[in-house]
Design a protein around this ligand. Structure first.
Ligand SMILES: *[C@@H]1O[C@H](CO)[C@@H](O)[C@H](O)[C@H]1NC(C)=O
Ligand SMILES: *[C@@H]1O[C@H](CO)[C@@H](O)[C@H](O)[C@H]1NC(C)=O
Ligand SMILES: *[C@@H]1O[C@H](CO)[C@@H](O)[C@H](O)[C@H]1NC(C)=O
Length: 174
């Protein structure tokens, strides 16, 4: 466990046939509200959330699109950040998922500097920190997420991460 680090969290659903959104994130044992696509877009002024706004329950189907970085129209930028210890866990709470939508789950981090509202998500350099793909029995991460962890998925911040500010990207593919 290292020094306290400030991060902000970005949650993101990717790829064909994905349906759901992240309504809550816990980071190092603190609970934060995600961007609830059903109600948060209606609140004026926009509420402070740990996740980027925008997106929706619909999937990203074009892997060449710049929207792959952070879904469609990722605004507003997060109004909250989380301070977490290296080696601590983050858990992403998904609204729902479907057995017909099988695939891997991944989490990525990218350092950023300055005001998060000025970050251009397509300029970030993400590195993968966690994945749950397919096991020896052919069972995919999405199925484990539904059967074992009640539509939540946990990733661990690398124990050796450099202190700094980061954006987290979580992706579910189907
Ligand atoms: C996919 O995205 C690329 C890059 O924005 C774009 O050029 C292409 O037209 C898109 N394809 C479809 C089918 O929308
Ligand atoms: C992180 O979560 C995993 C289970 O997903 C658990 O085994 C591990 O003990 C947790 N680590 C911490 C630091 O809480
Ligand atoms: C699963 O998650 C839902 C939504 O948060 C919750 O209402 C329900 O109690 C959870 N079920 C279990 C068995 O933890």
């Amino acid at each position: 466990m290292g020094a306290v680090r400030a991060i902000s969290v970005l949650a993101f659903a990717a790829q064909a046939l994905a349906h759901g959104y992240v309504y809550r994130i816990t980071a190092d044992n603190t609970v934060y509200p995600g961007w609830d696509v059903r109600v948060d877009p209606l609140i004026k002024p926009a509420p402070a959330r740990i996740a980027f706004g925008g997106g929706g329950v619909g999937p990203m189907t074009n892997i060449s699109s710049p929207d792959m970085a952070c879904s469609r129209n990722p605004t507003p930028a997060p109004g909250m950040t989380a301070e977490v210890r290296a080696g601590s866990n983050m858990t992403f709470y998904w609204s729902h998922w479907l057995y017909s939508h099988k695939g891997p789950i991944t989490a990525w981090m990218a350092p950023y500097s300055g005001n998060i509202a000025d970050v251009k998500v397509n300029d970030l350099e993400f590195f993968k920190i966690a994945e749950d793909t397919v096991d020896d029995n052919g069972v995919w991460g999405t199925v484990r997420m539904m059967d074992k962890t009640n539509h939540t998925w946990t990733a661990t911040i690398p124990a050796d991460i450099r202190p700094g500010t980061y954006i987290i990207r979580q992706e579910v593919c189907a």
